[in-house]
Design a protein around this ligand. Structure first.
Ligand SMILES: [Zn+2]
Length: 255
C-alpha cells in the first residue's frame, strides 16, 4: 500500500511532516521541530507515532524529540556524524543505510554542507525524499558547517533522484527564494511559472511543497550551477560548477 503523508507548519517557518504506512500502522515524524503541531497532526489523522527520522542536529529540527519519545516510546533515527548533538537517539545511520518505517523503506543519503552530518531519507518505492535543510523549493540551505563544494555535491546527489520524486523540505522559503532566483535567471520561463504558482498557493494559505525533483531542475538556480547559461548570466562563464554555486550562494546570503 502506498505511503501517506501529512504536512503542517511548525514554529515560524518550519515544516513538520508525518509519514504513514497504512499496511503496518507505523508512522514517522521527519524531524521534530515542535511538539504541539506534531501531536495535533497525530490526533487529526489517528496515526500513532512509532519513529522519528532526524535529518540534522539544529534545534528547530530536534527540539520536540525528547518529549515525543517520552510519551510515544518511538524509535529515534539520526545521522551517525551528529548523534552526540541530538537527544534520545536509538539508531545511527550513514550513507547507504536502509531505514524501515513499518513496511516502507528509505535509503539514507549523506548531504553535508548545511551541517556536516546532514542526511536525507529517500523512500524510492514511494517516490518521496525528505531533505531537511539541504534543498528547498527554488533554493537551498545555508552552508553553515561544510564547504560550498560539499554542498554542491550534496545537491547533485539529490538532483540525481528520479524526476517524479516528491521533495519535502524543512522550511517554507519559496517566495523569497523565487525572488532571488529571478536575479540569477531573469529569463527562465519555468522559474517564472513556478513563482506565479507558488504565490497563488501562499495567498490561498497553502504550502508550496512538496515539489518534484523534475520541477526543481528547471527552476532552482542552485541545482543549475553547472549550466553554461547560468554561469554566463552571473559573469562566470567557464568556471567550475562548485565555484558558480558558491557565488550564487554568497549572493543569496546578501539578498
Ligand atoms: Zn538547519
Amino acid at each position: 500500500m502506498p505511503a501517506e503523508t501529512r504536512l503542517f507548519r511548525c514554529r515560524s517557518d518550519n515544516y513538520g511532516v508525518l509519514l504513514h504506512d497504512p499496511e503496518s500502522g507505523a508512522t514517522a515524524a521527519i524531524d521534530a521541530p515542535e511538539v504541539a503541531p506534531i501531536e495535533a497532526a497525530l490526533n487529526a489523522t489517528g496515526w500513532k507515532l512509532t519513529d522519528i527520522l532526524v535529518t540534522h542536529h539544529h534545534a528547530d529540527h530536534t527540539d520536540g524529540i525528547s518529549a515525543l519519545k517520552e510519551k510515544y516510546k518511538c524509535r529515534v533515527v539520526a545521522p551517525a556524524a551528529e548523534a552526540s548533538k541530538i537527544p534520545a537517539v536509538d539508531e545511527t545511520v550513514r550513507e547507504g543505510a536502509k531505514v524501515k518505517v513499518g513496511t516502507l523503506s528509505a535509503n539514507v543519503i549523506e548531504t553535508p554542507g548545511h551541517t556536516l552530518g546532514h542526511i536525507a531519507y529517500w523512500f524510492h518505492a514511494d517516490k518521496l525524499a525528505f531533505v531537511g535543510d539541504t534543498l528547498f523549493s527554488i533554493g537551498c540551505g545555508r552552508v553553515i558547517e561544510g564547504t560550498p563544494q560539499q554542498m554542491w555535491q550534496s545537491l547533485v546527489k539529490l538532483r540525481d533522484l528520479p524526476n517524479d520524486t516528491d521533495v519535502y523540505c524543512g522550511h517554507e522559503y519559496t517566495a523569497s527564494n523565487s525572488k532571488f532566483a529571478r536575479t540569477v535567471e531573469p529569463n527562465n520561463k519555468a522559474l517564472a511559472a513556478r513563482e506565479a504558482e507558488a504565490n497563488q498557493e501562499l495567498a490561498a494559505g497553502r504550502p508550496t511543497i512538496p515539489v518534484t525533483i523534475g520541477e526543481e531542475k528547471l527552476a532552482n538556480p542552485f541545482l543549475r550551477a553547472d549550466l553554461p547559461e547560468v554561469a554566463a548570466g552571473i559573469g562566470m562563464a567557464g568556471k567550475p560548477a562548485a565555484e558558480v554555486f558558491a557565488e550564487i550562494r554568497a549572493r543569496k546570503n546578501k539578498f
